[in-house]
Design a protein around this ligand. Structure first.
Ligand code: CTP
Ligand code: MG
Length: 393
């Protein structure tokens, strides 16, 4: 039996959100707030009993949702109907916990993006043994003023103020006693606990633990989820450019085969002034084109004896250097090899690594044939097409 528990209060009506439906059932980026909050609670390392306080008129929905999220862990979760206000809902949640629970955290489902680390921080602080309540808190950043109507009375010293979040943690027995004697004035559990004589300490909160109260908060929550998923919109302050490079070389059975900076012993090589590595040359051209820096022929001219027989590496590194001089750096490169041979499938990772080492950014390699059509289909030569993304440094 778990010695710790979390009560998730989710019975509010969401009046300020104004969607005409219980807030905890409102989706954030496609997933209901209660589901998001529960997933985090279920991810905690230690066994933790969970009580979900659901709207009294949506109990079936609440139970179904809990079963969907929790699966086999459902046995640790009890769903109970909430009350007319948050206070009553918390009491309903506390009432069903077994006495064996030493520490309980009370959490707003509406703070659905609260990280698991915040739960652990609060659990750890309550468990320190001196029977205190614990609230996650953040400094107040706005200047705060006391007012009478619309008249400012004074500026309040904000260095002595914090904003508090949930989960708030307490020894279960002490919190129950506090709720039993509470007048319904406190707006959070720590207030109830303190009114009954308890000591409450703070631990650092987290900006992501904000409460979804208004439509604006909902938009903010959606943005946080998108950011966590890595769906970043391109920062308009960063200069991002795209480049394209194509190269073709004919096969020459008398020279060694070097493609994508790898040697392919026994395969026919590619003719050219340099090593004929069409893949490296296409990458080089894509990088140059992204920077608006011209092309490989213009930059590393075929008449220049320095580049006779040069390996593809020289051209790619040269292009990266020119980009750097222009205040740019590669972000990503993709290159497709078009031809019958050499087969690159088995050496794709190796080729990607070799190219990435020269580019200084990830390179994705793919290969295709042309169904017997054209010069590549007839096995006369090899084509490579590359794209490059570069950004300002
Ligand atoms: N809550 C609850 N039971 C209530 C009222 C609130 O369980 N009778 C819960 C809410 O579901 C929410 C948390 O307490 O997770 C914080 O409350 P709040 O943000 O005020 O939510 P609502 O009361 O739903 O919103 P509003 O005040 O805008 O109606
Ligand atoms: Mg409310």
């Amino acid at each position: 039996m778990a010695a710790r528990a979390v009560v998730v209060v989710a019975a509010g009506s969401g009046t300020r959100l104004g969607l005409g439906t219980a807030k905890a059932f409102v989706p954030v980026a496609g997933e209901r707030m209660l589901v998001r909050a529960l997933r985090t609670v279920l991810s905690l390392a230690e066994p933790t009993l969970v009580v979900v306080v659901a709207p009294a008129d949506r109990m079936d929905e609440g139970r179904t949702l809990v079963a969907e999220v929790a699966g086999a862990a459902s046995e640790y979760i009890t769903v109970v109907p909430g009350g007319a206000d948050r206070h009553a809902s918390v009491q309903a949640g506390l009432a069903v916990l077994p006495d064996s629970v030493a520490t309980v955290l009370v959490h707003d489902a509406a703070r659905c993006l609260t990280p698991a680390s915040q739960f652990e921080r609060v659990f750890a602080a309550v468990g320190s043994g001196d029977s205190v309540g614990v609230v996650p808190a953040l400094p107040v950043t706005d200047t705060v003023k006391r007012v009478a109507g619309d008249v400012v009375v004074e500026t309040v010293d904000r260095s002595a103020l914090v904003g508090v979040q949930t989960p708030q943690g307490f020894p279960l027995a002490a919190l129950r006693r506090a709720y039993a004697v509470a007048e319904r004035a406190a707006t959070d559990d720590a207030g109830v606990f303190q009114a009954a004589g308890g000591v409450v300490r703070t631990v650092p909160g987290d900006a992501d633990a904000f409460k979804v109260t208004t439509r604006w908060d909902l938009g903010r929550a959606e943005a946080v989820v998108a950011e966590r998923a890595g769906v970043r919109s391109v920062d308009p302050r960063v200069d991002v450019r795209v480049g394209l490079g194509v190269d073709v070389h004919a096969f020459d059975p008398d020279v060694p085969c070097r493609v994508g900076m790898l040697d392919f012993p026994g395969e026919p090589g590619l003719s050219g002034h340099s090593d004929g590595d069409a893949v490296a040359h296409a990458v080089c051209d894509a990088l140059l084109s992204a920077g608006g820096l011209g092309d490989i022929g213009g930059r590393f001219g075929t008449s220049d004896p320095r580049f006779a027989g040069a390996s593809g590496d020289v051209f790619v590194r040269g292009a990266v250097e020119l980009l750097r001089d222009a205040g740019l750096e590669p972000v990503r490169v993709t290159v497709q090899v078009i031809g019958n041979r050499p087969r690159i499938g088995a050496r794709r990772d190796e080729m990607q690594d070799a190219l990435a080492a020269a580019v200084g950014a990830p390179v994705a390699v793919s290969g295709t044939t042309t169904d017997g059509l054209g010069f590549t289909g007839r096995g006369e030569g090899l084509t490579a097409i590359a794209t490059a993304l570069v950004r300002s440094r």
